[in-house]
Design a protein around this ligand. Sequence first.
Ligand SMILES: C[S@@+](CC[C@H](N)C(=O)[O-])C[C@H]1O[C@@H](n2cnc3c(N)ncnc32)[C@H](O)[C@@H]1O
Length: 254
Amino acid sequence: MSVPEARFWEVFFEVYEALPRQGPGNRACAARALSLCRGLPPSPAVVDLGCGTGGQTLHLAGLTDGRIVGLDRHLPSVARLRAAVAGRGLSARVLALAGDLARPALPPERFDLVWSEGALYNIGIGNALRLCRGLMKPGGCLAFTDAVWRRDDPPPGVKAAFEQDYPSMGRAEGVAAAVEEEGFELLGRFTLPDEAWWDEFYGPMERRIAGLRGRYAGDAEALSALDRLAEEPAMHRLHSDCYAYEFFIARRPA
Ligand SMILES: C[S@@+](CC[C@H](N)C(=O)[O-])C[C@H]1O[C@@H](n2cnc3c(N)ncnc32)[C@H](O)[C@@H]1O
């Protein structure tokens, strides 16, 4: 059944906003990426671009002694992060800010560490890299994840699923080259392991969808929207050999 767009997005956000995070990643990957950064001060100034409800923002608050700004354009996600920050007594160190990462109202060259998981592609990786560079202190570090193809011949359904959201998605080698072309020193990169897709993202998503199916029993539009949302983790179960999330860690030369 076809679901009106507005209704689909209503259900989409009902699922996504309740998740610990809105994309693949976990604390272990954040810790590994952080360990690849070089020359960070003991209390780094950090900005997390496209933070969502702040899964990784909160990991970073635990993994560093820094001050962290989480920025996202989706106001309900920012509100959730704000509540989590207050609930954990982190308000002195973590600020959740609403804003567009393409035009962040943030001071230039202020951050020791620019972080972004699964969000930079929204404004084009080249554009995002230039923007991140402008926010970073000379010698500062950048850590971000990006979806990449692992195979040149994914099944048409898998290709179509990514093309909707990320038509210019490329290979990890291409992103690494773009990082270096923008004048960064690439410090390392690694592929997120499968548990980073499931533990904090697809696992909670499938449980949330199952819960909402009960609440919406009899609401054909909502159930159809939930069916559509369930396709993504189901596709990953079958075709994770075709695509990956890659963490890139780079440094702006001093
Ligand atoms: C795939 S989610 C990742 C969220 C979070 N980093 C995580 O890994 O859980 C992408 C996030 O980027 C945000 N986003 C997309 N375009 C944005 C923009 N132009 N400015 C600010 N946030 C943006 C979305 O609202 C969403 O929260």
